[in-house]
Design a protein around this ligand. Structure first.
Ligand SMILES: NC(=O)c1ccc[n+]([C@@H]2O[C@H](COP(=O)([O-])OP(=O)(O)OC[C@H]3O[C@@H](n4cnc5c(N)ncnc54)[C@H](OP(=O)(O)O)[C@@H]3O)[C@@H](O)[C@H]2O)c1
Length: 265
């Protein structure tokens, strides 16, 4: 029987983290690299991706940067093709990138703004999954992890924002619920190809905002979270390595809530 450290070990694996230098993306990239994977950090600002990859490489970890515009089919195809050809395999895909445009209520949404959102967060998500599955099917293995949100399991609790003027757009809840559904569809469809598809649904993490103890939203959010706090920098590290590795090799179609209990009321 394999030992526990071996089950969590990602040595020899190639992973893509979309948006891998962002707020949560940084944690996800770092965790996979620390577990031994070669991590490809991909988004539109390839210079920022490179800086993130360099920081990991300076620590002796394996990381590289490639361009990705998830709103552009050719860019997505180019990323997956480049990884498959350059590194020989694609073992882990973390769909973490998110386009956030202006908050909109459903009663004043514009079609162009809605479509702009869907092009990246919905159509682009489906396209990158399509391209990755084609590679993983040939390998007969792969782990796809979609980063959804607490808003993929519940709707926004608008009173939490108090009088701050902050809010949450309709498209975000729509997209994040869709991500959980797509996870389950893909898990069922591609299970026979030994491709696992899971979801992580994190709670709030925004260090620059949550340091502001006087902010009404910050205060309300903590009160409404059973654990009384926002996510910390390393809270996604264990979950991502678990779902990426053989430690979860019989887990597929799962939505792992990492939210301090926000959704368990
Ligand atoms: N932070 C939270 O509180 C929180 C809570 C729950 C769930 N989440 C989820 O966690 C994930 C990461 O969120 P975050 O807060 O870390 O986001 P973030 O800091 O805003 O980062 C978003 C990332 O997505 C990339 N991106 C945006 N548009 C893109 C495009 N067209 N093509 C490729 N990459 C694109 C950005 O890079 P470029 O600009 O270089 O393209 C950036 O690296 C998201 O899926 C989000 O829904 C976050």
């Amino acid at each position: 029987m394999r030992q526990i450290a071996d089950l969590f070990d990602l040595s020899g694996k190639t992973a893509i983290v979309t948006g891998g230098y962002g707020t949560y993306g940084h944690t996800l990239s770092e965790a996979l690299a620390e577990a031994g994977a070669l991590v490809i950090i991909a988004s539109r600002d390839v210079e920022k991706c490179r800086q993130e990859a360099d920081k990991l490489a300076d620590r002796g970890l394996k990381a590289a940067a490639l361009p990705l515009d998830q709103g552009d089919e050719a860019s997505i195809q180019n990323l997956i093709r480049t990884v498959a050809e350059r590194y020989g395999h694609l073992d882990i895909l973390v769909n973490n990138a998110v386009l956030r445009s202006a908050p909109q209520d459903i009663d004043n949404m514009t079609v162009s703004e809605w479509q702009k959102q869907q092009l990246v967060n919905s159509t682009g998500l489906a396209v990158i999954c399509r391209e990755a599955v084609q590679v993983m099917r040939k390998q007969k293995s792969g782990s796809i992890i979609n980063i959804s949100s607490i808003q993929g399991s519940v709707g926004p609790h608008f009173p939490v924002y108090g009088s701050t003027g902050m809010t949450s757009p309709a498209y975000y809840t729509y997209e994040k619920w869709g991500m959980v559904g797509l996870t389950k569809w893909m898990a069922n469809r591609y299970g026979p190809d030994n491709i696992r598809v899971n979801c992580i649904s994190p709670g709030g993490y925004n260090p620059s905002l949550t340091r502001d103890e006087a902010n009404e939203f910050v205060q309300n959010y903590k009160k409404l979270t059973p654990m009384g706090r926002f996510a910390e920098e390393d809270d996604l590290k264990g979950p991502i390595v678990f779902l990426a590795s053989d430690a979860s090799k019989y887990v597929t179609g799962h939505n792992l809530l990492v939210d301090g209990g926000w959704t368990s009321w």
